[in-house]
Design a protein around this ligand. Structure first.
Ligand code: OKP
Ligand code: ZN
Length: 349
């Protein structure tokens, strides 16, 4: 299987995040992907390639003011030679009147575009997330050209919480959404985006909420009890043309494999009904019971099973890494998923 990877992910290396007002070591760190690279290479798995130097459909997914903010905020901060970290502390209210205009102040803009205080912007954040988007788009090209049946984009930081004009949940650019857009641009008519990260892919949902060319499906922890709290409920099903093209499956804390598998099978029936031409998978490894943030009860064996189930959807597939924080296990989980995925498509052919 081809794996698209860029070492530029290491340019984004948050030192901390907040928990109950205290700074604690960050969960979303370069070691996550380092463990995956090391494990897959040790097991001689994958044909490794770098991202192509190509035009990315960023403007189709994100607003141009947001892209400009993301690119320029750190250099601007650095130039001002101020102290401290680029983390927002003040957010716009959700009233219809206030909060609509972008302030000029750096912290005003951080609150305007940023969704939470766990997602710092560092000197190399733009470079890292851009490289991750390029990995996703490169993987996509190999699928839309028909050269490959499945490609893995080893993207970091994750992307599925990033909205049109919003960074949050460790995410800045939405790499999975960029992959979907690239597939459509390359001539695919309908794309399914299946998000199996532990957290609801609120950014991906928002980006495609009013569209019928991308079917967004997400299995995730019930937002009543888990980040991102404010979306991912089962009644959210799209709007306008997009009505019926968003499907949410919130799951209880402690969900086991029987429930998870049955729910996934149900989601997959909608991918078939939709008659998708291609599949993008937002692969979160934080569904594991070993995860530091996730609270499902899913054992190590589920990753192989999931690889098999996803491959049996039998669509050209781009797999994109999202979360997963049990650092030393991530390589094993990824290997199991990809290996069983590949074995299954070989059997299908
Ligand atoms: C990103 B991805 C609080 C911990 C939770 C946000 C979780 C983001 C998950 N300090 N913070 O979907 O795996
Ligand atoms: Zn997650």
């Amino acid at each position: 299987m081809k794996i698209v990877y860029s070492p530029l992910h290491t340019k984004h290396h948050p030192p901390f995040e907040f928990r109950r007002g205290e700074k604690i070591p960050a969960f979303e760190i370069p070691d996550r992907v380092a463990n995956i690279v090391e494990t897959l290479r040790q097991r001689s798995f994958g044909e490794w390639i770098g991202p192509e130097n190509m035009d990315l459909p960023l403007q189709k997914i994100h607003d141009s003011t947001y892209l400009q903010f993301l690119k320029e905020i750190y250099p601007r901060w650095h130039k001002a030679e101020l102290d401290g970290d680029l983390v927002p502390y003040c957010w716009p209210p959700s009233t219809p009147i206030a909060g609509k205009e972008m302030p000029q102040d750096i912290f005003g803009q951080l609150g305007y575009f940023g969704g939470d205080a766990d997602t710092p912007i560092l000197a190399g954040t733009w470079e890292a997330t851009y490289a991750a988007a390029a990995c996703a788009a490169t993987a996509t090209k190999l699928i839309s050209s028909g050269a490959e049946q499945v490609v893995f984009s080893l993207s970091r930081p994750p992307g599925h919480h990033a909205g049109k004009s919003r960074y949050a949940g460790y995410c800045f650019l939405n790499h999975a959404a960029i992959a979907c857009e690239q597939l459509l641009e390359d001539g695919m008519e309908k794309v399914a985006l299946l998000d199996i990260d532990y957290h609801h892919g609120d950014g991906s949902q928002a980006i495609f909420y009013d569209r019928s060319d991308v079917l967004f499906l997400s299995l995730h922890a019930d937002p009543d009890y888990e980040y991102p709290f404010f979306s991912g409920r089962s009644h959210e099903e799209g709007i306008g043309k997009g009505k019926g093209y968003t499907k949410n499956y919130p799951l209880a804390i402690g969900t086991n494999w029987d429930t998870y598998r049955a729910t996934l099978e149900q989601a997959i029936t909608h991918i078939h009904d939709f008659q998708a031409n291609a599949l993008v998978i937002s692969l979160g490894l934080d569904i594991s019971e070993r995860d530091l943030l996730g609270k499902f009860k899913l054992g190590d064996e589920v990753f192989g099973l999931l690889g098999e189930i996803c491959a049996n959807i039998a669509l050209p597939s781009v797999i994109i890494l999202e979360g997963g924080y049990a650092v030393q296990y991530l390589g094993g989980f990824t290997y199991d998923f990809l290996y069983h995925f590949e074995q299954t498509i070989m059997r299908l052919q």
